[in-house]
Design a protein around this ligand. Structure first.
Ligand SMILES: [Zn+2]
Length: 234
């Protein structure tokens, strides 16, 4: 169930019986010339909706602009909140849900730059909220996926496969490429990212993916999120 498609009465009835809301967080960010800018948002949203469908839990509106302040900020099309803005967006989002009775919050995150701001927002509300629990899952980091792929880089095999499974018409295979750099053991400023990290917008991977792999990654990730949900509500 998607919150934006429910009425006031429906969400009110739901919150009397359940305290959980699933929150998809993505990004609007370059993903090379082969994948759409909304890749992280499409993936997070699809995962969240499937988890919500199976568990009969409500999915909140997708936060589809994330923190892309480093590296990909320089590439055309990327729209970014600053880290501190994203903290405030998540903070306000959580406060609204809490005010109306939600007490369990499962973040389905699709983008690396969101991990720290989401954590900061949770740390901030944790001091104020009562009787609440929070979980954050970033699918590409799940150790349960390790047998399926090797934690592929940005716009690489994992994301390509997810998009071939979820939104194949948005994938431009003719632009598949690879950029296998040895990533430095340090962070760089954005003027250095272009060149030291990537010149194609793909980071440290090839784009040889498949819809079959995408389906496996998707279904396994859903399983992991469902387990997180169970723990959150236990
Ligand atoms: Zn991505």
């Amino acid at each position: 169930m998607e919150l934006t498609k429910m009425t006031m009465k429906e969400i009110s009835n739901y919150l009397e019986n359940y305290k959980t809301v699933i929150i998809p967080v993505g990004a609007t960010e370059e993903h090379s010339n082969a994948l759409p800018l909304g890749t992280d948002s499409f993936t997070a949203e699809a995962l969240a909706i499937e988890v919500g469908r199976i568990s009969s839990r409500v999915v909140g509106p997708t936060i589809s602009v994330g923190n892309c302040y480093s590296i990909t900020y320089e590439f055309k099309g990327t729209i970014s909140f600053s880290p501190k803005t994203l903290i405030l967006v998540v903070f306000d989002y959580l406060q609204s849900l809490y005010k109306h009775g939600a007490r369990r919050f499962l973040f389905v995150n699709g983008h690396g730059g969101n991990v720290a701001p989401i954590r900061c927002a949770i740390d901030t509300v944790a001091a104020e909220f009562k009787d609440s629990r929070f979980a954050v899952g970033s699918w590409w980091l799940f150790k349960e996926l390790a047998d399926l792929y090797d934690n592929a880089g940005h716009a690489g095999r994992g994301e390509v496969s997810m998009m071939l499974y979820l939104q194949p018409s948005f994938v431009h295979k003719e632009f598949f490429t690879e950029e296998k750099k040895t990533l430095p053991q340090y962070f760089v400023s954005n003027d250095k990212a272009f060149g030291e990290i990537t010149t194609t917008g793909i980071i440290n991977d090839s784009q040889e993916g498949s819809a079959e792999l995408g389906e496996k990654l998707f279904k396994k990730s859903v399983e992991v999120y469902l387990n997180m949900l169970k723990a959150l509500e236990s």
